[in-house]
Design a protein around this ligand. Sequence first.
Ligand code: FE2
Ligand code: FE2
Length: 524
Amino acid sequence: MTKSVRRADFLMALAYATDLATGHSRDFALRSCVLAMRFAEVAGLDAETRRGVYHQALLRYIGCNADTHLLASAFGDEIALRRDLQRIDIGNKSELAETIVRAITRTFADAPPAELAAAVERGLAEAMQVSVPILSGHCEVARRIAERIGLSDEIRENLGQLYERWDGKGLPRGLSGNAVKLPVRLVTLAQDAIALNEAHGFDIMKAMIGKRAGGGYEAELAGLFLVHAERLFADLDGPVDRESILALEPAPHAMLEETGCEEAYLAIADMIDMRMPFTFGHSRAVAALAEAAGKHIGLPAADIRDVRWAAYAHDIGELAVPVSVWMRAGRLTERETDAARLHPYHGERALASLGGDGKAIAALVQRHHERLDGSGYFRNARGPDLSPAARILAAAEAFQTAREARPYRPALSDAAAAAKLRGAVREEKLCGNAVEAVLACAGQPSRRDTSERLAGLTPREIEVLRLIAGGHTAKEAARRLEIAPKTADNHIQSLYSKIGVSTRAAAALYALERGLIQQGISPA
Ligand SMILES: [Fe+2]
Ligand SMILES: [Fe+2]
């Protein structure tokens, strides 16, 4: 059995991952936590509100992986776009338009001028139409992930307001004044201050915060911040160590036992996989295969648990690479290939805060693309450095990936994927025992019982849910099921109300959580 671990350790892993996915600098969320907690102290906030500040700073962007493919289709490199958005006043329409034009120009840099002009015009016209449902989904998914890791109603409500502003010009609900919760107001200001300081230096940052007082930020809060800015920013340039973040958590310190850890790793899996339709359910499927194969070859129970948790988190480092790159049908550039091959490195780094038992999991994550002959990545590790659990994870990952479709290739059948893996065994890249164990277990039903807790959905509603979770529109789902679009719409409304969600993203997360998606669904 694992010892209980601080929940804050998981929050730091999530913070590292969301920093990557949102184009923030190294340790941005951790530094914002330090700054915001100092600010909360200066503002004399009570322990409950400080607890809200602490979690808002670490987890603000936890829902922002939902529907990333839609963002990338509309605006290209979504990480670069997010980086640009951090530095502007989103409430200022001309700054926002300029940022959108820059994103589209980046994407269409090589296109003829007329095509670029048309893309810009279309992008500006559709910006709000595209963004509002995506941002609503982010808020709902953030609240749900927070619930799964056991956070309070109050913290979940804060996380659902991440894009709201003092002046009512935020999204998606346009809340204003005190309707925007204090931790949200405070953390938004603190995070903007860090991003602006990085982009423009301390003095310009202060001037910009002052200019936005009474607009994006509550005037009183901005005033207090400016008075204490030097002190608040003291020694905030370098990396932040784990102990500092642990020490900042208001007591009592939340702990996770075995089942809490399981749920936290599962939340990480879903957060990673819901960026793109073709990776939906990937990590859960790899985990199910690796766990079954581990049992098949008689690994000890602790190793089986480690390999399962490592499988849930194995691609957490992929968040560093824009979805726009993964979605492209053509070849990656050299630079993109390098970035993609570093994802096991980022994965290990993301899990570093977990310490103790987490070290074994981070080590497995780091090795999930290594091969026995040293031809894998990113360390070119060889056989002796690869434990049975690492070999099983590599085999399960390779098999599952082969039978999922990617934009640049169709899915292989199970038989063809098995032949591919056996070929890799012959070339002494993958371990024969591990591959045979995975293949023996492939296709067996999941250990998790999915027959219950389906909220009374009809079989047809489950089919519709699977399709929309896999990235299909209502119209496409109707076509695939050979029903009228109106009927598909009715099914969607009915299933949304049965499972208690209002956005596609939250419905997709529901489907993942219930194991309704066991394998990646091929895009249309
Ligand atoms: Fe993977
Ligand atoms: Fe991977």
